[in-house]
Ligand binder design. Structure first.
Ligand code: ZN
Length: 165
């Protein structure tokens, strides 16, 4: 197998994609703004539905991948509300309805939450991800596939240039 070129998305390979994410007709995210995305396939670096859709794609191939909530940011939960005392917010924090912020949950995971109600002493947060319950439409193009470095494979994620951890 010496000299075999990698031409297809498979487990344990670093994949480069160009993508556009649409919800309804609205473009929410695009590699045109942030540059192509590199990820390590098979390590949940990207949402499960997109990773599944990319498996087996060839370099140069484009495709539409529809991701249902279950394989994206989860179903919308009605009771995902949380009360936080106002004094736990930094003094200069803009406490307003609709503001999104990141908090640490009980398992030390960073969760994106939205302020839904501002009281005098208590702030109500919705812990649903803003994209929970939404069908995600990705337009993706695979632009490259390479072998990870041993360190990347060991860490389970891609190391960008000038960045390692
Ligand atoms: Zn690392």
């Amino acid at each position: 197998m010496i000299g075999k070129t990698l031409t297809q998305v498979a487990e344990n390979l670093v994949v480069t994609i160009e993508y556009t994410l649409l919800v309804g007709k609205e473009i929410l995210d695009s590699s045109e703004d942030e540059g192509p995305l590199e990820y390590l396939h098979g390590y949940s670096n990207i949402i499960p539905g997109l990773e599944k859709g990319l498996l087996g794609m060839k370099v140069g191939e484009s495709k539409k991948v529809v991701v249902i909530p279950k394989d994206g940011y989860g179903e919308l939960e009605k009771d995902a509300l949380m009360d936080v005392p106002r004094n736990e917010f930094p003094d200069d924090f803009p406490i307003e309805e609709g503001v999104e912020l990141e908090i640490m949950d009980d398992d030390d995971n960073i969760v994106l939450v939205t302020i839904t109600e501002v009281g005098d002493e208590t702030i109500k947060l919705d812990t649903n991800h803003p994209l929970a319950g939404k069908e995600l439409n990705f337009e993706v193009k695979v632009t490259g596939v390479r072998k990870p470095t041993p360190e990347e494979l060991d860490h389970g994620h891609v190391h960008m240039e000038g960045h390692s951890h």
